[in-house]
Design a protein around this ligand. Sequence first.
Ligand code: SAM
Length: 254
Amino acid sequence: MTERHNPPDPETVDFGYQQVPSAEKATRVRAVFDSVAPHYDVMNDLMSLGAHRIWKRFALSQTGLKPGQAALDLAGGTGDLAVGLARQVGPSGQVVLADINRAMLERGRDRLLDRGVTGVTCVQADAERLPFRDAAFHCITIAFGLRNVTDRVAALAAMARVLKPGGQVLVLEFSQPVAATLGKVYDAYSFALLPALGRLVARDSDSYRYLAESIRRFPDQATLLGMMREAGLEGCRYHNLAGGIVALHRGWRY
Ligand SMILES: C[S@@+](CC[C@H](N)C(=O)[O-])C[C@H]1O[C@@H](n2cnc3c(N)ncnc32)[C@H](O)[C@@H]1O
């Protein structure tokens, strides 16, 4: 095991590089996203130099959704994936944008309306306790959200529960760069540049330090695959993007 994984103590959980009581993490994560919500989209573009758009486009290309089907974008924030899902399922389909954070969800709803996307249902919900009936969705996406969740296996199991048989979960998340040299450059970038950008644009370096740390603490590709299997998903596999800086994990319910 490396420092990337949670220690076995079930009473504490990682919050960036800190260990905090499990019951506290959601409150701290909420404070981070309350603070970053107003600048979230511009910071996303700045921090990834626009690459998050390519990663999200790739995730959308893998949904297999057809017109008339139902999709859930979980931890969907400002709704980038929900827009793409809505286009894929069309007016006869159904898209739910769910997020635990009201400020992020409100920005998501406003952005959907600004882009002329109607018919997406916005729901404030915790990924660990999804307020949807069993087997409700053909596809569930969660982009850059799972690392903020306290009990990730519980969230993945909740996703498996609300997935229709034959449906899939797509987890887009920061992961482990495959080449050590890339890892070093990436470390320098995340721990020097991200908090500095956060300070400059959002006047909040702490939240962006948390984001950089939470990326490093997130399980690597193989460990996440194991968590998805533990949660009851089948046929699990992943695809590295940008040399493993990001990975798209996929799992099905058969
Ligand atoms: C980095 S943002 C990603 C937003 C969007 N999916 C994207 O890719 O741009 C992470 C989102 O996860 C949400 N989140 C954190 N913990 C959550 C939880 N337990 N359940 C649902 N959403 C959660 C946050 O509120 C935030 O909007």
